[in-house]
Design a protein around this ligand. Structure first.
Ligand SMILES: [Ca+2]
Ligand SMILES: [Ca+2]
Length: 168
């Protein structure tokens, strides 16, 4: 009984460790997701001093670029969701086709969305992406995860220009 009890505890411990390992590793393995749309890069820290006034501020200069890395498939952004670590989210509500190789920048602030200029505005003048650290989540319309990246200014932005390249 004693031996059996010990083995059972060890087995449970191993199973828990394995489970925790999977959970911990998942966010870092962004490249493993089979999604055409991925995060190309992020200007998480807008150049200059942050100023979230809708007029005269610089929230527009904080942006996330999403690119269609498929060579064959056009993807409609409608229904895709971007979320940060704090739970702030943005849903692409309008149809916006991304042909293979096309990209779109999701900018803060207010502006006119343009398929031709590859830009969508959050229509929100508050900054979304933290300047010290954050996590970028991209979800498909189905709710499944398309891409995810965690960053810290210290570890991921060595040149300190406020921009981080992911899938390039
Ligand atoms: Ca920011
Ligand atoms: Ca940089």
């Amino acid at each position: 009984m004693r031996t059996r009890s010990t083995l059972t505890a060890a087995a449970i411990s191993a199973a828990v460790t394995a489970a925790l390992g999977i959970v911990t590793a998942a966010p870092a393995q962004a490249a493993e997701y089979s999604s055409a749309l991925k995060v190309k890069g992020i200007q998480y820290d807008a150049p200059g001093r942050d100023d979230n006034r809708c007029s005269g501020g610089n929230t527009k200069n904080e942006y996330l670029t999403i690119k269609n890395y498929s060579r064959t498939t056009t993807v409609n952004l409608k229904g895709y969701v971007v979320r940060d670590d704090a739970g702030n989210r943005f849903t692409f509500t309008a149809s916006h086709s991304l042909q293979p190789g096309d990209q779109v920048s999701l900018r803060g602030g207010r502006g006119t969305d343009s398929d031709a200029n590859n830009v969508v505005y959050r229509q929100n003048c508050n900054f979304m992406w933290n300047n010290d650290k954050d996590t970028i989540y991209l979800y498909k319309p189905s709710g499944s995860r398309a891409d995810v990246h965690s960053y810290t200014k210290r570890d991921n932005d060595r040149d300190g220009n406020g921009y981080i390249t992911y899938h390039g």
